[in-house]
Ligand binder design. Structure first.
Ligand SMILES: Cc1cc2nc3c(=O)[nH]c(=O)nc-3n(C[C@H](O)[C@H](O)[C@H](O)COP(=O)(O)O)c2cc1C
Length: 190
């Protein structure tokens, strides 16, 4: 059996997924893991919007619009190819969630603590997926920030903030990333 530490240290962000679908019980396990995240004052500030086929399709015009702006800014030669790639990247993920955290405009400290708790919940989901061989990518591109996305997904911009999309699926490949050693991050005070 893989130890918790091995799951944590072997996890990598996955950028390409196979077409194999992720079983419902694996997704539900990941949601349960998310729900068990630590959370000061038990505010449970997170929500996980599962983006199904219909909602994915509704996002396509907005993904295309944003990708076009980016491509034009960069002077990309083959704009159509860039647009197709941008759409495919998001739409083809077997599992797609928008993760939100509760906003507290009148209490910045609460909002900061809630954001921290939602990050824990999101990462619990990622680790649970990984423990079942499912990879994921937390993304914060323009599509996760635009008002149109909130509108399409039925999220109130005044009440919740999308802290990212989580794409998940079985990895096509797993990248290698150099991480700082524990000695590099430790400040050992006497
Ligand atoms: C808050 C946050 C936002 C991220 N947003 C993106 C993103 O928009 N696009 C992307 O390709 N990766 C994104 N990532 C993934 C990081 O690029 C990735 O974690 C980093 O390269 C380290 O690799 P690892 O996750 O395999 O350790 C994000 C990660 C975090 C924590």
């Amino acid at each position: 059996m893989t130890s918790m530490n091995e799951i944590i240290t072997s996890r990598r962000t996955i950028y390409k997924f196979t077409e194999k679908s992720v079983p419902k019980d694996v997704v539900n396990q990941a949601l349960e893991a998310a729900s068990n995240a630590p959370c000061h004052k038990h505010t449970h500030p997170w929500k996980f919007y599962s983006i199904g086929e219909k909602s994915k399709n509704m996002l396509i015009p907005e993904i295309t619009r944003l990708a076009k702006i980016k491509a034009e800014k960069r002077g990309t030669e083959d704009v159509q190819k860039a647009l197709d790639r941008a759409v495919k990247k998001i739409i083809s993920a077997p599992v797609l969630f928008a993760v939100t955290s509760k906003l507290s405009p009148n209490d910045p400290f609460r909002e900061k603590e809630d954001y921290a708790a939602t990050v824990c919940a999101l990462h619990n989901m990622v680790l649970s997926f990984w423990s079942n061989g499912v990879g994921s990518l937390w993304s914060t591109g323009a599509i996760t920030r635009g008002e149109e996305t909130y509108h399409i997904l039925g999220i109130d911009t005044k009440k919740e903030e999308i802290i990212g999309f989580v794409r998940a699926g079985y990895p096509e490949s797993t990248p290698t990333v150099r991480k700082p050693s524990y000695q590099e991050i430790l400040i050992d005070l006497e």
